[in-house]
Ligand binder design. Structure first.
Ligand code: SAH
Length: 408
């Protein structure tokens, strides 16, 4: 076996090799018996068992409790430019079919694409990269080269300013890696709509691509109710709306108005521009800068009612330590939203907290339904689009879950 590419070996404690043998891509600090050599942050190391049997090639993260992240379980693999070219080309290939619908896709999604800690989003001809672990941070130049080879995009921007970088001992960093900085929001197209994406100041890399399929579902609910109610005006409430993606999908499907609530003035300013971009009259896209909890209380007092309601809050549970408090917040927000839902209407409710799994989320929403004293059925469970897949060996990769409920 060629060990030349790794100057260091990481020996796993007895019994702790099992998870790697089951192809889980993380090695926790507590599973390590000793390290032979002095690997630098992000360096490729060989992981071996106590009998020196090869287990994996991995990137060393000296500051993280996830001390190493696996590049490959193949002893013959060489983690070089060609290897990155191949992984990134495969990731791009997996998204090829989406380009018929949109020019904005998540091109690389970390562990699911065999590139732990790497996120790459494509917005038209602009790529936005997040390096969230020491390994991909150390391999950044190779990654950019592979991305250019796979996509021919000439503009690459880095948004490695997510809080998780601190857990890797990496500073926040953002800026141009290739080409130039866009001077205005980039226009992308998705399912017949146009959106502006601010890759420099926006959340994450600028846009919530993971909700693409659910935006279509909101449109479907609007269309369903319009057909059912023969000409009645369909009113939509989009909470935690960010730049208004769900509102645009609702208006495109013929909603009379979409009340769009967010606490961020910048996000709502982009939402307004997005409405104009698609030719929707300003009065149909009603913007409310407010805390959502406070807005829902006011709306209930004013006896407002809606036909379709979207609840897509930020991560209420950043870790498992926050689950209980987060559960209370999810219940409260859903109970308040359900109280505004007209009979026959639909609620699409989401959680992007990895620490709350789909079964728990469903229980939380069920208790909100009971407390709101409404009768609802669960029509389907929702998740992220297929450019955000999950490795079967890495269930931690699943984060976005949602429920589509209809009120009787
Ligand atoms: N639904 C959006 C993404 C939501 S991200 C989309 O599909 O694009 C969460 C949003 O909630 C952010 O825009 C943030 O500004 C907003 N937010 C967070 N806490 C809030 C609160 N308490 N009240 C109102 N908005 C809030």
């Amino acid at each position: 076996m060629t060990r030349v590419q790794a100057s260091a070996e990481v020996v796993v404690r007895a019994g702790k090799e099992r998870s790697l043998q089951r192809r889980h891509p993380w090695l926790y600090a507590g599973a390590i018996e000793r390290v032979i050599g002095q690997p630098a942050s992000g360096e490729t190391v060989a992981i071996v068992d106590r009998a020196a049997n090869f287990l994996a090639w991995a990137a060393w993260s000296p500051q993280s409790t996830i001390r190493a992240r696996v590049w490959s379980f193949d002893p013959q693999a060489v983690i070089d430019q060609a290897w990155f070219n191949q992984r990134i080309a495969r990731a791009a290939q997996r998204r090829q079919h989406l380009l018929a619908r949109t020019d904005a896709v998540r091109l690389v999604f970390g562990e699911a694409d065999g590139l732990p800690g790497l996120i790459v989003d494509r917005y038209a001809d602009q790529l936005v990269v997040q390096c969230l672990a020491a390994g991909v941070a150390a391999q950044r130049e190779r990654i950019v080269e592979s991305l250019v080879a796979a996509t021919a995009c000439q503009h690459v921007y880095e948004r490695s300013d997510a809080a998780v970088r601190a857990r890797e001992g990496l500073p926040a960093t953002s800026g141009v890696l290739l080409g130039s900085t866009p001077s205005a929001p980039i226009e992308i197209h998705e399912d017949g709509l146009r959106y502006g994406v601010d890759i420099v100041h926006g959340h994450k890399t600028g846009c919530y691509l993971d909700q693409r399929d659910n935006r279509l579902l909101v449109g479907n609910e609007v269309a369903r109710l319009r057909a059912l109610r023969e000409g009645a005006q369909i009113e939509v409430l989009n909470t935690f709306a960010y730049t208004g993606g769900f509102s645009l999908a609702a208006l495109a499907a013929g909603a009379h108005r979409a009340v769009t609530v967010d606490s961020s003035a910048e996000a709502l300013a982009l939402a307004r521009l997005n409405g104009q971009r698609n030719g929707f009259a300003d009065e149909r896209l009603e913007l409310e800068q407010s805390d959502v909890f406070a807005y829902l209380t006011r709306a209930a007092q004013a006896a407002q009612r809606f036909d379709v309601i979207v609840v897509d809050p930020p991560k209420f549970a950043p870790s498992s330590a926050h689950v209980e408090r987060a559960a209370r917040a999810y219940k409260e927000i859903n109970r308040k939203a359900l109280a505004l839902l007209r009979p026959g209407g639909a609620l699409l409710t989401f959680s992007c907290s990895g620490a709350i799994d789909v079964d728990l989320f469903q229980k939380i929403v069920a208790s909100a339904v009971i407390d709101a004293r409404v009768d609802c059925t669960l029509v389907r469970r929702l998740g992220a689009g297929d450019d955000h897949p999950m490795a079967m060996t890495h269930p931690e990769g699943e984060y976005l879950k949602g429920l589509l409920l209809r009120r009787d």
